[in-house]
Design a protein around this ligand. Structure first.
Ligand SMILES: Cc1ncc(C[n+]2csc(CCOP(=O)(O)OP(=O)(O)O)c2C)c(N)n1
Ligand SMILES: [Mg+2]
Length: 318
């Protein structure tokens, strides 16, 4: 294992690992809280998909922006939304990032470049397209990343957005988190042409498929895409192959559309947190006991977020 970590400081590596661990613990807790009635409306947990968000965010500046789909807690945390602000939003409290009015699918934090999540499949690409146009029009050296699911790959607005970004060479990077399913539909069964990367190439985008469970691989393609965007060389499409361990929404049973064996296989052999922790450990950058210490830290952070949300006031009624 050569120089995978070349140019990456101990501090950076640990902080990316910690952020992935925080997302995992946050999502596990959020799912429990929905089934206990504390969080109304449910959530779409991103457990298993942590490396896509953190790998991308690891190359972004504060000025670069991220828009996200319905499954967007991991993008929000990776871009700098706090566990307190996110948990309070899930509770519907006034201290939430959207003042308790948005809930799980309508998060925003403009001060950290998180320009919003939303529940309309495929819409995040259109939102990022608008911001990439703003960056281009104002001559700003920054770019806009849109995350969306494989369900969004078969919606018209996604491709309308990519077409314009390619035609106008806008600094848009569209990241499709291909977790194989849109609710219960295997995406392969409803996607013509076989390859979403080839489809994006047809629109004139630089296109690449990446192992979304490998933080360093995601980071490398995101860095190259960002550089192209900043250099005026136009948009990039990234397919990040990933997997959600949970059901589509909180409280959902495994379902008949996939097998428990399939879930177990992704968890046991491709887990993004375990893989990155192993890379750090093999390079001598994570000592015995440090992983457990980090876990205790992030669990405490989530505990505090729950306390904060519980103690926060409701929004004023309108
Ligand atoms: C335009 C639109 N059509 C349908 C829905 C209902 N819906 C919500 S999530 C979802 C599936 C999304 O799958 P995918 O894009 O793969 O994201 P994932 O849930 O796998 O992260 C659907 C069809 C919606 N929210 N918006
Ligand atoms: Mg999907």
């Amino acid at each position: 294992m050569s120089n995978e970590l070349d140019g990456i400081s101990d501090e950076e590596g640990r902080s990316w690992l910690r952020t992935m661990m925080l997302i995992r613990r946050f999502e596990e807790r959020a799912e429990q809280l929905t089934t206990r009635g504390k969080v109304p409306g449910g959530v779409h947990p991103a457990v298993g998909q942590e490396a896509t968000a953190v790998g991308v965010a690891s190359v972004l500046t504060l000025e670069d922006t991220v828009s996200a789909p319905h499954r967007g807690h991991h993008h929000a945390i990776a871009k700098g939304i706090t566990a307190n602000g996110l948990m309070a939003e899930l509770y519907g409290k006034s201290t939430g990032v959207s003042h308790g009015r948005g809930g799980s699918m309508h998060l925003a934090g403009f001060e950290v470049g998180f320009i919003g999540s939303n529940g309309i499949v495929g819409a995040s690409v259109g939102i990022a397209l608008g911001d990439s146009f703003a960056a281009h029009f104002r001559n700003q050296a920054r770019c806009a990343f849109a995350f969306f699911g494989d369900g969004g790959i078969n919606t018209g607005r996604t491709w309308e957005s990519m077409n314009l970004a390619a035609a106008w060479k806008l600094p848009l990077i569209a990241v499709c988190e291909n977790n194989l399913y849109a609710v219960e539909t295997p995406t392969a069964s409803v996607t013509g042409g076989g390859s979403m990367v080839r489809r994006a190439e047809g629109f004139g985008m630089t296109s690449v498929s990446v192992d979304g469970q490998d933080l360093l691989e995601v980071r490398a393609v995101a860095a190259a895409a960002r550089q192209r965007a900043i250099d005026g060389d136009g948009p990039t499409f990234i397919e990040a192959r990933t997997y959600r361990y949970s059901g589509h929404g909180s409280g959902e049973a495994v379902g008949s559309y996939r097998t428990p064996e399939e879930v177990a296989e992704w968890r046991s052999s491709r887990d993004p947190i375990e893989r990155f922790a192993a890379v750090l450990a093999q390079a001598g950058r994570l000592k015995d006991g440090e992983l457990a210490a980090l876990d205790a830290e992030v669990v405490a952070e989530v505990d505090e977020a729950v306390r904060f949300a519980e103690d926060s006031p409701w929004p004023e009624s309108v």
